[in-house]
Design a protein around this ligand. Structure first.
Ligand code: S3P
Length: 166
């Protein structure tokens, strides 16, 4: 059994997959993303799961996907932005090197805009972002061993800061 070496958390659109790939390349390990795992195993997009089954059902699927990926992947693992809402998932992250990629609300609105592929941003993204960040910031901080602010930084710069901190 293998286990993830570096776990990336943070809000959607912060660059987890771009930075995760760069980080994996620099460390010479593989990259995996729990959103991709969910789409592959469910045969549906994340938006379809939200629409068809609702958010609680998605969170249950996500929780199982995170548990499996943490134990079964040796490399860099990016988690969906809302995975840390689950207390069991947060507890599971203890002992891992967890990098929290942060960004401020205005940066988030600028990067993601109105985004129908991201169900949580399909209406009034600025208000949604404010509420999301308020609800989640402390949860990201709770699980993080390293925090890297991404505002005003390129993915390459973010990767370098993360590498230096790891
Ligand atoms: C979500 C983030 C998304 C995806 C889903 C819900 C969230 O993942 O899991 O749309 O609650 O923040 P990314 O952070 O990979 O975009």
């Amino acid at each position: 059994m293998t286990a993830a070496q570096v776990v990336l958390v943070g809000p959607m659109g912060v660059g987890k997959s771009t930075v995760g790939r760069l980080l994996a390349e620099a460390l010479g390990v593989g990259y995996r993303d729990t959103d991709d795992d969910i789409v592959a195993t469910q045969g549906r997009t994340i938006a379809e799961i939200f629409v068809d089954d609702g958010e609680p059902a998605f969170r249950a699927i996500e929780k199982a996907a995170v548990r499996e990926a943490l134990a079964g992947h040796e490399g860099v693992l990016a988690l969906g932005g809302g995975s840390i809402l689950d207390a069991d998932t947060r507890a599971l992250l203890a002992g891992y090197r967890v990098v929290y990629l942060s960004m401020d609300v205005e940066e988030a609105v600028k990067r993601t805009g109105l985004n129908t592929a991201r169900p949580l941003l399909a209406v009034n993204p600025r208000k949604q972002w404010r509420e999301l960040m308020e609800a989640r910031r402390s949860l990201y901080e709770e699980v993080a061993t390293v925090v890297v602010a991404t505002d005003g930084r390129t993915p390459e710069e973010v990767t370098q800061v993360a590498l230096d901190a790891l």
